[in-house]
Design a protein around this ligand. Structure first.
Ligand code: 0A1
Ligand code: ZN
Length: 873
């Protein structure tokens, strides 16, 4: 059992650093027995803080460092002059300004956490956010200490021909014994979490970008040898992002060299290190035969995200890690806007909200609920969350909604004018927005401060005589620390019974009170309100819509998000009713009106857009639906949702088949928004058609699988077969075997193969997953493999939450095995337990036992410990 719970770190305890570091020289010598890092730091006592007068000790952070030497101003210190404990180096007395030199040895080959400097396949790579730099050398590992870095790497030339670090190359050459060196100098001050270096054997794709002011930026994408033909899409994405940021925000690239390095072992998606982004291969490599439309789009978004960080995160960084959303919420908002401008704005918004409801709303309702700006944490790596990222982006989006696009742009200009080169807080960002717009954000700051999703309840009244329509909103957030109201922008429009939008009545209401009424005058008849258009605030909105009103909005709303939302509300109502019916042993009822609405969508896709119709015909996911229930019966919910799918498949068989035929590809594959939309709808049709369990439909899927010239269609057919019922078993097994056979050499495609089996609704999925953990394709030390197999299973509501607790017990053992190697990844898996209290007493008992066995596991990491402790609450 853990002997003690680590103390939380508190925002309220923030104090400025006692010492600053102006410059850093790193000499990094890669040897067979480890890497020796010699760091020379120009340190200075921080004027303007208490430290200036008190001469405090110098305390630096370090982890798993073998310290070989410590010197101050060239004098090697005797061991008695400093103290090293588990995580700090303390030198009791230092001058006001001095040079510290430390020499340490680190073991990148033994670094299984993938934080700091570590080995992966073809070489050595770094990951320093949030606190990985301390695993490379002694340092003040906090984002408000910003320094200028120079780095020299030495390594064997044949094994590691590519030597990279941030900034500009300023020297290179050969050394004795077949070795070589390279020196890089970064002209920008940066916090150490943005440090990166690479020593590896890699191929490179080069290009250039001419900035608006006429500078030329050298672009390079480095990948594992043999993969250059999977780089062009990422390169195009990079150039598009650079041009977009100039156009939309007037932000130009400040670098001479912008490099992306792809690595197959990486805990997260990608990292915005200054001038030297390090990416998970998943967000770089793409070719039509190995990557889906969604992969292509994700690559655009992630490449853009990391590039945008160069301003929002790097030029202006965070004062402390509580401010993480300052860079992440804002940068996600920026990559969302880029995605909307370059793909399909309507569908982008729908997908954002779908994602928010599947991940962030459950987080905000569960044991890990925290504000966009948390007030405390035990392990910062646990706070790279949907709340900080996606809810944070919603908060930034609301700021733009409140002040308008132009003022928002002026606010961004003001933010950079005030804070370029600084480490600042979320308050500083909002203050710049306020200065540029005159808007008072005092009440709005509640969005940064409180956990939980506000629930807004709306009611309407119509006074025919006065021709007056009123909407009354009430807001509440039981997770908040008090009952004070939020400032909530609610976009509304009114529709008449024929589906005409009432002119002059579309507006953004600012809800500022707990209960507040808004009046609309000159309304000729009782209208249908369309509330929260474009999802103008991240809230749960209740309004007693009738199915007829929702059907009208689905057909008539010109705001694509709210049209989609109306359809989702209709489907949600039916599925939840059916869940209750099934749990009570009754048969569900599917009204003809819903089928008719679906038929109208399906036959009208040319007018409404295939991508939109694909979204509208996709039922809300089980995790999203589960949040709406007090106690979840996953079997009944699963049966209800699939029952509705099967009902639609039967009732609309002819329409699905016709659309499937009409949407057949007409030319060569391109990952364009238009083509991707058509493929998405066609594959939605395929999925429905296969619900019918008929040999002809299986054949259709097999034909598509065999005939596809691109991964989108091939994988959609495989996924449909992988979920098909008992009779399709031979077809399913044949397709899975063929897919592995064909793609076993492409790691990212193998991930898809693992995920499609782990996410399958077949009853024996746990046994399959257990078997796959022993398959040569699986590797517990590769995060992508773990996420593909284990996290996908953990998100498989009906199978993970099996009534006998087998899913939980299996998962707990996997987490223990993983925690010993990679606590960050183990901790992400542990999050699959978050919602255990929403299930029945039997399941809860099993989940509690699994969580307690984790809690009591010897040597459990701080990462997993925090998640388990919060879950057990
Ligand atoms: N800042 C990166 C994400 C990232 C965060 C933490 C990491 O290691 C713990 C790695 C990457 C981004 O937002 O893209
Ligand atoms: Zn980011």
């Amino acid at each position: 059992m853990r002997s003690e719970t680590p103390a939380p770190i508190l925002l309220a305890d923030y104090t400025p650093p006692a010492y600053l570091i102006d410059t850093v020289h790193l000499d990094v010598d890669l040897r067979a027995d480890g890497t020796v890092v010699t760091a020379t730091l120009a340190c200075v006592r921080n004027a303007g803080t208490a430290a200036a007068a008190t001469n405090p000790p110098l305390v630096l952070d370090g982890e798993e460092l073998e310290t070989l030497e410590v010197a101050v101003d060239g004098q090697v210190l005797p061991a008695s002059a400093y103290r090293i404990d588990a995580e700090t180096l303390t030198i009791a007395t230092v001058p006001a300004r001095f040079t510290l030199r430390t020499k340490v040895r680190i073991q990148p080959d033994a670094n299984t956490q993938l934080s700091g400097f570590y080995r992966s396949k073809d070489g050595y790579f770094t990951q320093c956010e949030a606190q990985g730099f301390r695993r490379i050398t002694w340092f003040a590992d906090r984002p408000d200490v910003m320094a200028r870095f120079t780095v020299t790497l030495h390594a064997d030339k044949a094994a590691y021909p590519v030597l990279l670090a941030n900034g500009n190359p300023v020297g290179q050459g050969d050394e004795a014994d077949g070795r070589h060196y390279a020196t890089w100098e970064d002209p920008f001050k940066k916090p150490c979490y943005l440090f990166a270096m690479v020593a590896a054997k890699l191929d490179v794709l080069r290009d250039t970008f001419a900035t608006a002011s006429g500078r030329t930026v050298q672009l390079a994408i480095y990948v594992e040898p043999g993969k250059l033909d999977q780089c062009p899409h990422a390169m195009e994405a990079l150039k598009k992002s650079m041009a977009w940021d100039e156009r939309r925000f007037g932000l130009e690239c400040d670098l001479d060299h912008y490099m992306i390095v792809a690595v197959g072992d990486f805990n997260m998606g990608a990292m915005e290190n200054k001038g030297l982004n390090i990416f998970n291969t998943k967000y770089v490599l793409a070719r039509p035969d190995v990557a889906t439309d969604v992969d292509f789009e994700n690559i655009d978004r992630v490449v853009a995200h990391e590039y945008f960080h160069n301003w929002t995160g790097n030029r202006v960084t965070c004062r402390d890690w509580f401010q993480l959303s300052l860079k992440e919420g804002l940068t996600v908002f920026r990559d969302q806007e880029f995605g909307a401008d370059t793909h399909n704005r309507d569908v982008a918004r729908i997908r954002e909200v779908r994602g928010l409801r599947a991940a962030q709303f459950p987080e905000d309702a569960g044991p890990m609920a925290h504000p966009v700006r948390p007030a405390s944490y035990i392990e910062i790596n646990n706070f790279y969350t949907a709340t900080v990222y996606e809810k944070g982006a919603e908060v930034v989006r609301m700021i733009q909604t409140l002040i308008g696009r132009e003022a928002f742009r002026a606010g961004m200009d003001e933010y950079f004018r005030r804070h370029d080169g600084q480490a600042v807080t979320c308050d500083d960002f909002v203050a710049a927005m306020s200065a540029a717009s005159g808007f008072d954000f005092t009440q709005f700051m509640r969005w940064y401060r409180e956990p939980g999703t506000p629930r807004v309840t709306a009611a309407s009244a119509y006074d025919a005589q006065a021709r007056r329509y009123t909407l009354t909103f009430t807001q509440a957030n039981p997770k908040a620390s008090d009952n004070a109201p939020y400032l909530i922008p609610i976009r509304v429009a009114l529709f008449d019974a024929q589906g005409q939008e009432l002119e002059g009545h579309s507006r953004t209401l600012l809800l500022t009170e707990t209960t507040q009424t808004f009046a609309f005058d000159n309304v000729a008849s009782a209208p249908v309100p369309s509330l929260l258009r474009d999802f103008s605030a991240p809230v749960l909105l209740d309004y007693p819509y009738t199915p007829a009103e929702l059907t009208l909005l689905l057909a008539a709303e010109s705001d694509p998000f709210n049209a989609w939302e109306a359809g989702q509300r209709l489907a949600t109502g039916l599925i939840l009713e059916a869940t209750a019916a099934i749990a009570a042993g009754r048969a569900p009822v599917w009204p003809e009106s819903f089928t008719a609405a679906a038929r109208t969508l399906l036959t009208g896709y040319e007018a409404r857009g295939a991508a939109f119709v694909a979204e509208a015909l996709t039922l809300p996911g089980e995790a999203t639906l589960a949040e709406l229930l007090d106690e979840v019966n996953p079997d009944a919910l699963h049966a209800a949702r699939n029952g509705l799918r099967r009902h639609l498949a039967e009732a609309l068989h002819a329409e699905f088949a016709a659309a499937y035929a009409a949407l057949a590809p007409t030319g060569p594959y391109a990952p364009s928004a238009d083509q991707a939309g058509r493929r998405a709808l066609r594959n939605v049709c395929l999925g429905y058609l296969l619900e019918r369990d008929a040999p002809a439909e299986r054949q259709r899927a097999q034909d598509q699988y065999a005939g596809a010239d691109n991964m989108t269609d091939q994988f959609a057919a495989l996924a449909a077969l992988a979920n098909a019922n008992a009779a399709a078993r031979p077809a399913r097994e044949a397709a899975l075997a063929d897919f592995y056979q064909r793609w076993q050499g492409e790691a990212l495609v193998v991930d898809k193969w693992l995920a499609v089996q782990a996410g399958s609704r077949l009853p024996d999925t746990l046994a399959t997953v257990q078997r796959l953990t022993a398959h040569p394709a699986f590797d517990l030390s590769n995060p992508n493999k773990v996420y593909a197999l284990l996290r996908t299973f953990g998100a498989n509501l009906v199978r993970f939450h099996a009534a006998d607790g087998s899913g939980y017990a299996f998962f707990a053992e996997q987490i223990k095995a993983l925690d010993a190697r990679n606590p960050q990844v183990a901790s992400r898996l542990a999050r699959c337990f978050d919602r255990w209290k929403k299930f029945d007493a039997g399941r809860q008992a099993h989940a509690r036992a699994a969580l307690e066995s984790l809690r009591d596991h010897p040597g459990l990491s701080r990462d997993v410990g925090e998640i388990v402790m919060r879950a057990l609450g």
